[in-house]
Write a protein that binds this ligand. Structure first.
Ligand code: PMP
Length: 438
C-alpha cells in the first residue's frame, strides 16, 4: 500500500533517517503505526511560495497546513517579505526596545477592544502568562480548561484526562507530574454541568481558559454557553480567558470577542498576528494586565506603579522582526475593513460545503467541519488513510490535521483539491479501505 509515496518522498525519508540519531523530533513519530511505519516522517521543505511547498524531492505540494495557521496570506507573501527585509536593514537585535512595539500594542487595542497588550514569543508563553495574571489578580489558585481544547505545551494544561469524581486534570504524559496538574480542573466544553461546577467551585477558581471555537471541533459553536460563562465568571470574580491564538485576526479582525460580542478579561493571540514570525500576545483589561508592570503612572507628578507586580520576562519578547511583520500583517488585514478575512471565510464555507455534499451523496463515513478559514476532515477508523492518499496527490496536511486556506489558494487550486479529495475517497472505497454507510 502507498508504494508510490516512498518514491515520491524518498528524500524527506532519507533526511529523517539520516538525522534521527541527533535530531530528537516528536513529529517524526507522530501517529506511528506498524502498518504505516514507512510513511511516518515530517516533510522536509526549504522553499515555499503562495499556497505551495517545495520539498527535497522537488515535489510541489499544495499546502493546507500553512504554518499551522500562522501564515494567513500565503507563503513568502511579498509585502511581508519586504517588511522583514526593511527591518533587517535597521536591526534585528533585542535589548533596547524597538519603537514598533508601542505602535503594535496600540493597533491591537484598537482592533480588538482590549485595553493593554504584552508581547511574548509563542502562544504557549502567552497562555502561561495569562494564567499567571488571572491568579495574581484574583488571588485564587485553580484554572479550569476544557476537553478537546489545545492551548500549547504549558505543563498545567497538558492532560486530556480528568478524575471522574473531582474533575482534577490527571497525569497522563510522562514528565507532567500530578502535582503540577493539581490546580487544574478539566471539564466538558459547552455543558450545563461544567457551568454548575464553575459556580460551585467559584471560591477557588482564578480563571476559565477556553478556545471559544475549539480548533479540533470547529463546528461546535455554543454561543449561549459562552454568554452564560461570561456571566458566571463575572459574577464570581473569575477571569474569563479567551485563547484566540488561532481565531484571532483569522476569523475576524476582532476575533471571537467581536464575533460574539463577548468581552473576555484576558485574551491570547499569536499565529496570524506574527505573519509567520514567532509571536505570542497577552491582552486584556487594565485590571488583569496591570500586574505585568504595576499599571499606569506618569512622569512629573506623584503617581507610581500601584499594582503589585508578578514576574514576566523573555530575551526575545519584542523581537523587531516579529513586531515588523505583525504591524504589516495588521495593515494588510485592515484594508477594506477586513474584506480579505470575510472573503476567505466565505470561500472556505463554499469549499467545505461542496466536499460535505460529496461525502453525504456518496454515503461516505467522512465529514468536514470548519470555522472561518480553518477546516478539518473527520476521518473515523481507516478513512484516515485519506491523508496519505492526499499526500500522494501532492496535498500536504500535517499530522495534527488542522487545515487552513489562504487568499493564495486560487479557485483553480481549490478545484484541484476538491477533485483530489473526491478521487482519493473513491479509491479508498474501491480498495475496500472505507465502507459506504447504508
Ligand atoms: N493556543 C491555541 C488555541 C493553539 O492552537 C496553539 C498552537 N496551535 C497554542 C495556544 C500554542 O501556541 P504555540 O504553538 O505558538 O506555542
Amino acid at each position: 500500500m502507498f508504494e508510490k509515496l516512498n518514491q515520491q518522498f524518498s528524500q524527506s525519508k532519507l533526511h529523517t533517517q539520516q538525522y534521527r540519531g541527533c535530531l530528537a523530533l516528536n513529529r517524526n513519530s507522530a501517529g506511528f503505526t506498524r502498518e504505516m511505519k514507512e510513511h511516518i516522517y515530517t516533510l522536509v521543505s526549504d522553499r515555499a511560495e503562495g499556497p505551495f511547498l517545495y520539498d527535497l524531492d522537488g515535489n510541489r505540494l499544495i499546502d493546507l497546513t500553512m504554518g499551522f495557521g500562522s501564515v494567513f496570506f500565503g507563503h513568502n507573501h511579498p509585502p511581508l517579505r519586504e517588511a522583514i527585509i526593511e527591518q533587517l536593514g535597521r536591526s534585528w537585535s533585542v535589548g533596547a526596545i524597538t519603537p514598533l512595539a508601542g505602535e503594535l500594542a496600540e493597533t491591537v487595542c484598537r482592533l480588538t477592544g482590549v485595553e493593554r497588550v504584552a508581547f511574548f514569543n509563542s502562544g504557549t508563553e502567552a497562555v502561561m502568562v495569562a494564567l499567571r495574571l488571572a491568579k495574581a489578580v484574583t488571588g485564587k489558585r485553580y484554572i479550569v480548561y476544557f476537553k478537546v481544547s489545545y492551548h500549547g505545551t504549558f505543563d498545567t494544561l497538558l492532560s486530556l484526562k480528568s478524575d471522574p469524581v473531582t474533575s482534577h486534570a490527571m497525569e497522563h504524559v510522562p514528565g507532567v507530574t500530578q502535582s503540577i496538574l493539581n490546580e487544574s480542573y478539566l471539564l466538558q466544553y459547552g455543558t450545563a454541568e461544567s457551568l454548575d461546577f464553575i459556580r460551585n467551585h467559584a471560591h477557588e477558581i482564578a480563571g476559565v481558559l477556553i478556545e471559544p471555537i475549539q480548533s479540533r471541533n470547529p463546528s461546535f459553536q455554543p454561543v449561549a454557553y459562552l454568554q452564560e460563562l461570561r456571566e458566571v465568571t463575572h459574577d464570581n470574580g473569575i477571569a474569563l480567558i479567551f485563547d484566540e491564538v488561532i481565531s484571532g485576526f483569522r476569523f475576524d479582525l476582532g476575533g471571537c470577542q467581536k464575533m460574539y460580542g463577548i468581552r473576555a478579561d484576558l485574551v491570547t493571540y499569536g499565529k496570524v498576528l506574527g505573519g509567520g514570525m514567532p509571536i505570542g500576545v497577552v491582552a486584556g483589561s487594565r485590571m488583569f494586565m496591570d500586574p505585568v508592570d504595576g499599571g499606569f503612572w506618569s512622569y512629573g507628578d506623584d503617581s507610581c506603579p500601584e499594582v503589585k507586580m508578578t514576574f514576566v520576562a523573555g530575551t526575545f519578547c519584542h523581537h523587531p522582526l516579529a513586531m515588523a511583520t505583525a504591524l504589516k500583517s495588521l495593515a494588510l488585514l485592515q484594508e477594506d475593513e477586513g474584506a480579505v478575512i470575510a472573503t476567505l471565510n466565505e470561500t472556505t464555507r463554499c469549499f467545505c460545503e461542496e466536499i460535505k455534499g460529496f461525502f453525504a451523496q456518496n454515503h461516505l463515513p467522512l465529514d468536514i467541519v470548519y470555522a472561518g478559514s480553518l477546516f478539518r476532515f473527520v476521518t473515523p477508523g481507516r478513512s484516515n488513510l485519506l491523508y496519505f492518499k492526499l499526500q500522494e496527490r501532492g496535498i500536504y496536511i500535517w499530522e495534527g490535521r488542522n487545515c487552513f486556506l489562504s487568499p493564495s489558494h486560487s479557485p483553480e487550486i481549490l478545484e484541484e483539491i476538491t477533485h483530489h479529495v473526491m478521487s482519493a475517497c473513491l479509491e479508498l472505497v474501491d480498495e475496500g479501505l472505507i465502507k459506504i454507510k447504508r
